[in-house]
Design a protein around this ligand. Structure first.
Ligand code: PLP
Ligand code: SF4
Length: 449
């Protein structure tokens, strides 16, 4: 028995990309057209999946509807018909590499590769005005750091809003390998209390790399940093990382050292569906991480074809609470990449949120949302209501470029088709949002720099 356990423990990490589509055994049961469609779509959007996801998370009897299949495998509808036809024609006609690359490049540029002005507005500069690559600082308290070794993931989500970072275009990549840049920045910004390591997925890094970023932050000069957060989907895509990977024990020791230093360690786990929480190894990983004193919080977008169903969210939140995870955010799918395939109207998103909330106990009602991470801030849909005879959508900022905007209710004209903030118009015949002029000023300032 021990040996069986040992074997299961040491199953190697095996990953497939576009070139390897034909080597995925389970795909052979799909039609040749379906496989060709995958090849077309994955020429434009990143594709990467590992053996654990294929064998343990996807229910192949229910493909293509299976939510984890939709989460990881390219589908024809993810490209606009014109884009699809263009790439399909090139592949069928045996076009040369360069020609395909040019077409793919043009299509990617049309997919809003950097939504919410991330490149222009969130990147801080040092005293000499040099842009600090790999850092984003949008909200006063929290700095995001993109370690350069963590800019990939154990599998890719088809709907990922950071997809542009995975397609190998250097200019599009936000990354820094320099821990010193991060540490210098934090030293001179005492207002920052939280650092969020993100990517890609920082958990693809070797523990030694992660340690070089994290350990120095435990020194007294960084006492203002109260919380270290790690954004990850490894608890879904490769829970072995925390349990049986070569340096899993070192990782656990590092987590323990953070907690012992008196800081909060928050694992911001990305979950979309309760199926991700069902395997034994996923649950073992959660137990092990929690055993260090780290807190696991769960967040993820609401996505058509994957989880646009109140019953799925209710079961997800309930399961999270059962496993000691705190539901934190329900996001709205962003306006980038394959958004046309995945988006859910804001009003429908709120209905799903509300119905799911109504069917779980109070401990599972801690997720905020549905929330849009737009350029001015995180905007939550609070609900549909009627004010002075007008049907409206009530909104509020959960986070704002100006902290003063946070928690002020504001109203949009009712619109059951809108899927993003820029589709909404102010209610009551008003010309502008209360924050609009101020946001325009902030934006001009940032873009001028
Ligand atoms: C969501 C987010 C944060 C963290 O916000 P919290 O509400 O504190 O979780 C920080 N920076 C950016 C850019 C974000 O999108
Ligand atoms: S794990 Fe996160 S960063 Fe990686 S592909 Fe999924 S959504 Fe994108």
């Amino acid at each position: 028995m021990a040996q069986v356990g040992q074997q299961a423990k040491s199953a190697p990490f095996k990953v497939y990309t576009q070139r390897d589509l034909d080597r995925i055994e389970q795909l052979s049961r799909l039609s040749p057209e379906a496989r060709f469609e995958m090849r077309v779509v994955s020429s434009v959007l990143p594709f990467r999946v590992n053996q654990y996801v294929i064998d343990e998370l996807i229910d192949w009897k229910h493909v293509p509807e299976d939510p984890i299949f939709q989460l990881t495998f390219p589908q024809r509808g993810m490209l606009a018909p014109a884009h699809y036809d263009r790439v399909a024609a090139l592949l069928r006609g045996g076009a040369d590499k360069d020609e395909i690359a040019r077409a793919v490049d043009e299509i990617r540029q049309e997919l809003n590769p950097h939504p919410a002005d991330q490149m222009e507005m969130n990147m801080p500069r040092d005293e000499e005005g040099h842009r600090l690559d790999g850092i984003q600082h949008k909200y006063r308290e929290t700095v995001l750091f993109f370690p350069s070794q963590g800019q990939t993931c154990h599998s890719y989500c088809t709907f990922c809003f950071r997809w542009a970072q995975f397609v190998g275009d250097k200019e599009l990549r936000i990354a820094s390998s320099e821990a010193a840049v991060l540490h210098n920045y934090l030293r001179t910004h005492p207002e920052v209390t939280d650092v969020l390591f993100t990517g890609g997925d920082p958990m693809v890094m070797k523990t030694a790399h992660l340690k070089s970023y994290i350990e120095p932050l435990l020194a007294p000069e960084f006492d203002h940093i109260r919380t270290l957060r790690i954004g990850t989907k490894a608890l879904t895509f490769w829970p072995q990382r925390f349990v049986s990977a070569e340096d899993a024990d070192k990782l656990i020791n590092l987590f323990e050292a953070v907690v012992e230093s008196g800081k909060q360690l928050a694992i911001m786990a990305h979950y979309n569906h309760w199926k991700e929480l069902d395997t034994e190894v996923a649950q073992a990983a959660i137990r092990r991480v929690r055993g260090t004193g780290a807190m696991i919080r769960a967040q993820g977008p609401l996505i058509a074809h994957i989880n646009d169903d109140p019953a799925v969210w209710a079961r997800l939140w309930q399961k999270e609470v059962e496993l000691g995870i705190v539901p934190y955010y329900m996001f709205v799918e962003r306006d980038t990449g394959a958004r046309n395939y995945f988006e859910v109207p804001l009003v429908r998103a709120w209905e799903i949120y509300r119905e799911a909330m109504q069917s779980v106990s109070g401990l599972a009602r801690t997720a905020r949302g549905p929330s849009m991470s737009a350029s001015p801030g995180k905007v939550e849909i609070q609900g549909v209501t009627e004010v002075a005879g007008e049907k409206v959508i009530a909104l509020r900022f959960i986070q704002g470029r100006n902290p003063d905007w946070v928690q002020r209710p504001f109203f949009a004209k009712y619109d059951d088709q809108a899927t993003w903030l820029d589709h909404l118009r102010p209610a009551f015949g008003e010309e502008k949002w209360f924050w609009e002029d101020e946001y325009a000023t902030i934006r001009e300032d940032k873009l001028a720099n």
